[in-house]
Design a protein around this ligand. Structure first.
Ligand code: PLP
Length: 374
């Protein structure tokens, strides 16, 4: 059987070997609870301190601005629940991940003010729309850094400056961006930023929330005094160390990864065009490296996913679940993609581990499947 091609890296990534090796001592031998005062816990405590410093350095933050969480979903919930607690109206976008949209839906259901900014056909948010919607200073703006489905990178620095001019706080869900494109929180000016380790070759179930020094944000999880009294729960030391090592590794190879992915993308798109396949690529030109949302005319995304799976290729779909009646995702609806294309959408998300051989295999399989369906 030929080699499996994994092309769903926006869903999750494999754990880096370096991260795995750095994690094992904290699972097997140095397992002390980092909050305990005795010498056996010293190694866990030291590991947490080092991990915090590495992560802070990778995103241009101070170590004390990094709060470890169980992942992107918790970080995002922490932000929106905090806004509810603070009675701060929320301005967000219709293309966010459900980890933002669902807490926002809950907020609205209890009478909290939530507004959604318009997006253009590429999924981009424009400064003027944020400016027009910011009516008061006591507000929280939450706009994702990069879209998980279509890869569009938002103009975060410009949006932060609009929000700050009106006195609002700015959060960004950077789960898809951290470890993939350069991020410096101080240059961007963001007040809060969510990240998740399993999207950048770290372990699953761990992430962090950056909270700018001086911002007193209400806690989500109450209990012990961990994370400067802001996030209760015994620290997941091994995973936190794994996250830091993976982020360091990805940050150090960011530019070469970007070049590699740009060349694979170009090659795949050329091969599909050369095969005379009718498709559109969604999202803006300023997109996440390797993230390709492709919509094939008069196809069914779910069926494409399963046929590719039978050919040993893992991708994701842009239209969910029911193969007889494909539902168009909230992101594709928000960008107004024509239904004849939207229904036939798949997301191919490549990583540094993918090769030209993988791309040839994907293009060949797609060509064969689409021609046989016509
Ligand atoms: N935000 C975005 C943009 C995501 O892509 C994801 C995961 O797909 C999440 C949040 C949720 O992160 P996690 O899986 O760590 O809970």
């Amino acid at each position: 059987m030929s080699k499996h091609v994994y092309a769903d890296n926006a869903a999750t990534t494999p754990l880096s070997r370096k991260a795995f090796e750095a994690m094992t001592p904290y699972l097997l031998t140095d397992y002390g609870n980092a909050s305990q005062p005795y010498s056996f816990a010293r190694s866990s405590k030291k590991a947490l301190k080092e991990a915090r410093a590495i992560i802070a350095d990778c995103i241009g933050a101070l170590p004390e601005e990094i709060y470890f969480t169980s992942g992107g979903t918790e970080s995002d919930n922490w932000v929106i629940q905090g806004a509810i607690h603070r009675n701060m109206p929320v301005i967000t976008t219709p293309v966010e991940h459900h980890a933002i949209l669902h807490p926002c839906k809950y907020a609205a259901s209890i009478g909290h003010s939530v507004k959604y900014l318009p997006v253009d056909k590429t999924g981009t948010i424009h400064e003027k729309d944020l400016d027009n919607n910011l009516m008061e200073a006591h507000q929280l703006v939450s706009v994702m850094f990069a879209n998980n489905e279509i890869g569009t990178i938002e103009p975060i620095q410009e949006l932060v400056s609009v929000a700050h001019n009106k006195g609002a706080l700015f959060h960004t869900d950077a789960v898809q961006a951290v470890g993939h494109i350069p991020i410096h929180v101080k240059s961007l000016g963001v007040d809060m930023l969510s990240a998740s380790a399993h999207k950048f070759n770290g372990p699953k179930g761990v992430g962090f929330l950056y909270i700018k020094k001086g911002i007193e944000w209400p806690s989500l999880l109450l209990g012990g005094a961990q994370e400067q009294n802001y996030r209760a729960g015994t620290e997941n030391v091994a995973s936190i160390i794994g996250m830091a090592i993976a982020l360091r590794e990805n940050t150090d190879t960011l530019v070469q990864n970007q070049h590699h992915l740009a060349s694979l993308e170009k090659s795949l798109l050329q091969k599909l065009s050369a095969a005379n396949i009718d498709f559109k690529r969604n999202g803006s030109d300023n997109h996440l490296p390797g993230n390709m949302s492709l919509s094939f005319k008069d196809m069914n995304g779910e069926a494409l996913l399963h046929r590719l799976d039978l050919s040993g290729i893992s991708v994701s779909t842009g239209s969910a679940c029911d193969s007889k009646n494909p539902r168009i995702s909230h992101v594709l609806q928000a960008i107004g993609l024509e239904p004849e294309y939207a229904k036939g959408t798949i997301r191919i998300s490549l990583s540094k581990a993918n090769t030209e051989e993988d791309v040839c295999k994907i293009a060949e399989a797609l060509g064969r499947i689409i021609k046989s369906a016509l």
